[in-house]
Design a protein around this ligand. Structure first.
Ligand SMILES: [Zn+2]
Ligand SMILES: [Zn+2]
Length: 350
């Protein structure tokens, strides 16, 4: 049994650990012969959502929501897996005497928690999740279970995200107060970009939003899926725009573009970045962010604790971030918990 040295000793690991356990490729369900979000190509992969550290190319067969499959094809090409089987929220698939179900995780469009039921035990693998409202995806659905596998990206008490609408309003106010400057907002291309656009629209921002080319394809996918993003315009590389065209405007780009040559076309840009990491002032300073917006697509500390309690799980397996801190806290709460020590996940960005 893998436990943090600070956790109280628990009698025995949960019996589900005999048929669901980490391997070098990722979390393996031996009873069903599949991996969940494997970090290397495998025969059968069940994928929680489209972020690159969860959905990789080269698997023999992929079981995922239609949206996750669409994202994988956009990013990696039509033939990025041998076969795809779409599964909608609420559906279950039977395999070797176990059942696999998908329910919304509230993280990004198409993101799912995977419910695996076998030998009278229900395990929920949450993937990445959040409880806060998001106009661009289905809300997280709580599923009572015996074992809950949770992420731990923001699993430290310091991480408390702000209400996302409030952060969007701060940005709108900043744009209106400085009509001579371009506001450059750094966002991740899948999920955060589209959520920020939707939040800004809901808060009454109806100016055209300018997008870096790298954000266009996935944003179009959201539009095709029925989300109204308002007026958008792509910034062409090598286009003929003049610098002053962007004064008073909002430009969204990948975080890396803020620091590179690309951003020099804007007059005296004010930089903003929307991320859960913006809670840490030093991080914002280090990145030269003038307007840090504390918006994340991951659960913050209170959401993690509440969610784990609400599942009623006897045992919690922690992965993907600050495992030790969460395992320790759950130990104090009398909940059996252990770190899964899976490799290949990276949510620095979010
Ligand atoms: Zn994710
Ligand atoms: Zn992740």
């Amino acid at each position: 049994m893998q436990t943090s040295s600070r956790s109280p000793p628990f009698a025995k690991p949960h019996p589900a650990g005999r048929w669901l356990y980490p391997r070098p490729e990722g979390l393996f369900c031996e009873a069903g012969g599949f991996y969940i979000d494997p970090s290397k190509p495998v025969d059968k992969a069940v994928i929680t959502h489209g972020h690159a550290d969860h959905a990789r190319r080269g698997h023999g067969a992929v079981l995922a929501t239609p949206e996750t499959i669409a994202v994988m094809k956009i990013r990696y090409g039509e033939n990025c897996a041998g076969a795809f089987q779409p599964i909608h929220y609420g559906e279950t698939v039977s395999l070797n005497g176990l059942s696999i179900g998908f329910v919304p995780a509230g993280h990004i469009l198409g993101s799912a928690q995977i419910i695996v039921e076998h030998a009278g035990t229900r395990v929920v693998i949450s993937g990445d999740y959040k409880r806060a409202a998001d106009p661009t995806c289905e809300p997280f659905e709580l599923v009572p279970c015996d074992v809950f596998v949770t992420e731990a990206t923001f699993a430290l008490p310091v991480f408390r995200h702000e209400p996302a609408d409030k952060e969007a309003c701060r940005l709108i106010k900043a744009i209106r107060q400085q009509p001579d400057r371009t506001h450059l907002l750094g966002v991740y291309g899948l999920g955060k970009c589209q959520r920020m656009i939707a939040l800004l629209r809901r808060s009454g921002f109806d100016q055209t939003i300018h997008l870096h080319g790298a954000l266009v394809q996935l944003t179009e996918f959201y539009q095709h899926s029925g989300f109204d993003m308002g007026s958008l315009r792509t910034i062409e590389t090598g286009g003929t725009d003049r610098r002053q065209d962007y004064a008073g405007e909002l430009v969204m780009c990948p975080p890396s573009a803020i620091a590179d040559r690309w951003s020099r076309r804007f007059p005296d840009p004010a930089t903003a970045f929307s991320s859960g990491w913006m809670r840490i002032r030093g991080r914002a300073r280090q990145r030269g962010v003038e307007l840090p917006l504390i918006v994340s697509d991951h659960a913050d500390w209170p959401e993690l604790i509440t969610t784990i309690e609400e599942t009623g799980a006897e045992e919690v397996w922690v992965t993907h971030g600050r495992e030790d801190a969460l395992v320790h806290q759950l130990g104090l709460m009398g909940i059996s918990a252990r770190a899964l020590a899976l490799v290949g996940f990276d949510d620095e960005g979010d």
